[in-house]
Design a protein around this ligand. Structure first.
Ligand code: NDP
Length: 264
């Protein structure tokens, strides 16, 4: 039996086991996907091999640690410097980032976009800004504090903190902050958010499974919007495709994985 797992802290809330096991079951594969609660990111590689895994996903806060422990990193993950998917290939640990492409698939429904404002400057903001730029959509970062802006400055991506930001129109407003995840906070001051929403064509929150204060404000407008479910599904489909060495097309993997969203 091939074994897969998700590493994170916390990890108990993760829907990944349900998503991937639904695909394995549907395709009648001898494979199983579990959760691994990992507090020390530096142990990720050792635990991966000790559990004899064939592949894994990595979530908060270990994506940068996973990047550092791969034998080889492929694709956009090299620029993002964060890995959310690990695949064992000829005894070597290969790292990918499917969050980035998953997000780009999720925003296709918004139509053509010229630019986007990303709220937040963490690992997800990094992945999304690089993916947007590759897709010829100009990203701008807005964060509450300075500390994490260095990466974006080095990448030549415009970045601001609340104090030095002047709102201009953006085609899409993206919330990648964890505001609203386990509290009832908006990701930025309400009047500034309302100004941004009055000038945009759509909004998306990468948080899924709950209505954040950000999404509540967006819903009160007539704007097209999404939560993070489509991104979660798309990154999972892409990761499963890598786990199965490309043996099944995305169009075969997606339906059973999507169906798992209605299971609890
Ligand atoms: P990080 O911890 O790396 O970054 C969090 C960011 O949020 C920081 O910029 C931080 O600002 C900001 N922030 C936190 N609290 C507040 C607040 N109250 N007000 C304003 N800003 C705040 O997190 P990640 O980037 O790894 O993940 C972010 C979110 O994305 C998580 O909720 C995660 O679940 C979700 N996610 C969803 C995915 C999906 O498939 N749908 C995939 C990946 C992630 P500061 O720098 O000032 O601390």
């Amino acid at each position: 039996m091939k074994l897969f797992s998700i590493f994170g802290d916390p990890v108990s809330h993760s829907r990944s086991p349900l998503m991937h096991n639904s695909v394995f079951k549907c395709l009648d594969l001898n494979a199983c996907y579990t959760r691994t609660h990992l507090t020390e990111g530096s142990q990720l590689r050792d635990v991966f091999f000790a559990k004899a895994l064939s592949g894994a996903n990595v979530t908060v806060p270990h994506k940068e640690a996973a990047y550092a422990q791969c034998d080889e990193v492929r694709g956009i993950a090299k620029t993002i410097q964060a890995v959310n998917t690990l695949v064992l290939e000829n005894g070597k640990l290969i790292g990918y980032n499917t969050d980035a492409e998953g997000f780009m698939r999720a925003i296709e429904s918004f139509g053509a976009l010229r630019n986007a404002l990303i709220l937040g400057a963490g690992g997800t903001a990094r992945a999304l800004s690089i993916a947007l730029r590759q897709g010829s959509i100009t990203p701008t970062i807005l964060n509450r504090s300075q500390g994490r802006l260095e990466y974006f400055k080095n990448e030549g991506i415009e970045s601001y903190i609340w104090d030095n930001f002047t709102p201009t129109p953006y085609d899409l407003i993206i919330n990648t902050t964890s505001a609203g995840l386990s509290d009832d906070e908006l990701p930025l001051e309400k009047s500034l958010l309302m100004t941004l929403l009055s000038q945009t064509k759509g909004a998306i929150d990468v948080i899924y499974g709950k209505e954040t204060p950000f999404l509540r404000e967006v819903k009160a407008t007539a704007l097209p919007y999404k939560d993070g479910s489509d991104m979660l599904l798309a990154q999972g489909v892409l990761a499963n495709h890598l786990f199965l060495n490309g043996a099944y097309p995305l169009s075969v993997i997606e339906p059973p994985m999507k169906a798992s969203f209605s299971l609890s």
